[in-house]
Design a protein around this ligand. Sequence first.
Ligand code: ADP
Length: 526
Amino acid sequence: MPNVAPEKLRSSTRLAALRATGLLDAPAEQALDRLTRLAARLVGVPIALVSLVDDKRQFFASEVGVGEPWRTERGTDLSHSFCQHVVATSEALVVDDARINALVADNLAIPDLGVIAYAGIPLKDDSGEVLGSFCAIDTAPRHWTPENVGVLEDLAHAAMSEIQLRQASRLLSDRQAFLADMLDHTSELVCATDEQGFIGYANVAMLDCTGYSAEELGTMRAIDLIAEDCWPSFLDAANRVRAGEVVPGLETILLTKSGQRLICKGRGTPVRDQAGNVVGVRVIFRDLTRERQAQRLKDELIALVSHELRTPVGAIRGALKILVPHVAHFEGKPRQLFEMATRNADRLLLLVNDLLDIERLESGSAQLKRAPISAHTLLELSREATQPLADNANITLALEAPDTAVDVDSSRVQQVVVNLVENALKFSPAESTITLRAAPTTLEDGRAAMLLSVSDQGRGIPADKIDRVFERFEQVMPSDASEKGGAGLGLAISRAIVEQHGGKIWVESAPGVGSTFYFTVPLASS
Ligand code: ADP
């Protein structure tokens, strides 16, 4: 016997497929035992095996007629295995008298297990891996008829189906256990209703948040959990799901048992029966109440602080300005201190003004003065405003834009473009190019619009930060504020301005390659 198993036996994909059956060293399977008993009876042999062969041994997933100690050990080393040859060749092995067969004449199964006649059929899985052999064994020489081999082939097929079925059902129950565990421990609120809208399932988070027991929810319809002011939109979404649509971004208010209102956002998905008919609705919600409350408090606090700071900071800045001619003779430390005070007062005033600006824009109290202006002129004016900064940084500002008229508040949109170009300048290397572009585009709803963009060849923005840069005070690197200046408000202001024009703003970026900020503005009606 060779000491090292043939390559086929050691193949890692084959060994993995073998382990995945979950049969190695597992208790005997009744279904397989039935098949080996049937083989012994139909073919008329004392021994039949479902033998799984790894790279060191054969394991009897099922056996009849094997003597001790192999019956208890449920297998042998490869030194005692005919089945290994079935695996190595992926072919049936039919031996009438092993003692005179060159392949197996010296196999220890002959003296130790009394194997004389052997007929083994490969146990092949769907991907073609041979996991072992389904075999019949006689302890005396015999001639295997074609019918004998045919019966064994059928039974080998049945054994393989059994093995795969068992594997699939184990996978399924593993997955179910995993899902059940996730559903019980997630903070998302999950429930499912039947056709009439009655709640058939609610996860732990749903029960905890609403304060109802599973029994109570079982007698309620989903609509009973929804605040009355949200009924129209909820019913509309529910009808769409019942018609087979997946409805994402569903925002609604859930009423808890104690009457508290929970702001929830989530998605509704149709539940279908085997024929594909919608038989219910599954909803996954996230409770945003706390998040929204915290955001509102933050907004209110910021608004309050900026209003309160506006006057005193303006006064300090004004006083410092008046002092300029009187401190002309300052030198050394006093001069440095005066300049630092002026710089900081400027920064603070800018910050306070930005904050007030956002607040006005977001609350809609900043009125836009819209008028038709050529997209080219708009970008040209923005380029002129940023040209000195670009010259300083030795960066080229390129412009490609048609003369098509857009309907915008020109100074507000210039504010956006200038902000985007200033950002691009901050994060671009010398000798690179920043391109200001305008091109006609079509919005999702089919209307024509103008797409403005600012592309740079700079640092780029990592994928995980890309959605956040438009939020207030968001900076990609904590050092951006101190090293590059700015408080992380520029893009938040830009978004507010673009949205007030009914447009959208977004960014595409590849770290190390560059970023392009895009936004849309309406065309002037011609
Ligand atoms: P700030 O006013 O501080 O510049 P912004 O809101 O304009 O703040 O930008 C937020 C952050 O987004 C910046 O601090 C920077 O980290 C990142 N960012 C913005 N534009 C670019 C760009 N063109 N390239 C790389 N990062 C950028």
